[in-house]
Design a protein around this ligand. Structure first.
Ligand code: G4P
Length: 289
């Protein structure tokens, strides 16, 4: 399945972010803990050169707990400061302030030597659409903050949120686009719902999901739908057989009683996205597949 989706405003967003980079000390990048590789945009490494870097593995509640720490360690070995968070519940969000300060230690030290004390570090949140940027900002900022407004001369036109005396946050997150060139990346983004469903063939997508789940989590389909899987599910054709069984088990039937594969496909994808199939991670640090 070919996924092609190049939003027109991509270049403009990137230019804006380039401008904003000059104003900040640290970039806090959100990635989706279920697909940390596919939801991370390599452009940011270029844009944020020389900045302190923090990676938040967001939606960690939806990912397989067994791999969350592997990903954390992986990014740490690459030199990032990392935290596992669930922005929706707020779990893990509190530690982010300490992590940001640690990431900016060298800058704070430099300031101190130059006699600048207690200048807050300036941070920007970035990430691909739907990764949870707004949810994180709301959770991180809470009610305690105040908008500091424009700072004449320095940050013209920009709104900053003063979190406390240590951190100021640019109030508009930077939107990055995922790596569309790689089709397996596109598929994973589609599975988690980061690509507009209207440009995707849902039935085809569900077959791809069945193939991937069969490789990685062979028990989830039998557990949820009580289907009997063929010994080998390695082609669209065999996956379609599984989808047909799901349709029958879940009474997704057409008028004449034929299995309604399109409805079963939507059901399966919805179940995956709402973690009804379980907490699932679709790629691992060593393989990134
Ligand atoms: P964005 O600004 O990066 O585009 O993402 P946004 O915050 O709008 O979040 C996208 C969706 O992801 C929202 O769900 C949000 O609730 C959910 N979300 C964000 N962070 C987490 C997390 O850590 N864990 C879980 N489980 N969900 C998270 P929605 O369905 O679009 O909205 P809502 O029904 O939750 O309000």
């Amino acid at each position: 399945m070919q996924i092609q989706w190049y939003p027109g405003h991509m270049a403009k967003a990137k230019r804006m972010m380039q401008g904003d980079m000059k104003l900040i000390d640290v970039v806090i990048e959100l990635v989706d803990a279920r697909i940390p590789y596919s939801s991370k945009n390599p452009d940011i490494d270029v844009l944020a050169k020389n900045k302190s870097r923090v990676i938040l593995l967001n939606k960690s509640d939806m990912a397989d707990q067994r791999y969350n720490n592997d990903w954390k360690e992986y990014f740490e070995t690459k030199g990032f400061h990392v935290a596992l968070v669930n922005s929706k519940s707020g779990s893990g969000v509190k530690q982010v302030q300490d992590i940001v300060q640690k990431a900016c230690q060298a800058k704070i030290e430099r300031d101190r030597k130059r006699g600048i004390l207690n200048r807050p570090v300036r941070a920007m949140i970035v990430g691909i659409p739907n990764v949870g940027k707004s949810t994180f900002i709301n959770s991180f900022v809470g009610k305690a903050s105040t908008k500091t407004g424009n700072k004449p001369g320095v940050t013209k036109g920009k709104q900053w949120i003063r979190l406390n005396k240590f951190i100021e946050l640019l109030d508009t997150p930077g939107i990055l686009w995922p790596k569309f060139e790689d089709q397996t990346v596109g598929l994973k983004l589609a599975f988690i719902g980061s690509i507009n469903d209207t440009i995707i063939n849902t039935t085809d997508l569900s077959l791809e999901l069945i193939l991937l789940l069969q490789q990685r989590y062979p028990e989830v389909l039998t557990n949820r739908y009580e289907v009997t899987l063929p010994e080998i599910v390695d082609s669209k054709q065999t996956a379609a057989g599984v989808l047909e069984q799901i349709a029958i088990k879940r009474s997704c039937l057409m008028k004449g009683g034929e299995p309604d594969l399109d409805r079963a496909a939507i059901l399966l994808i919805d179940d995956f996205r709402s973690t009804k199939l379980g907490t699932i991670t679709l790629e691992y640090p060593d393989k990134k597949i």
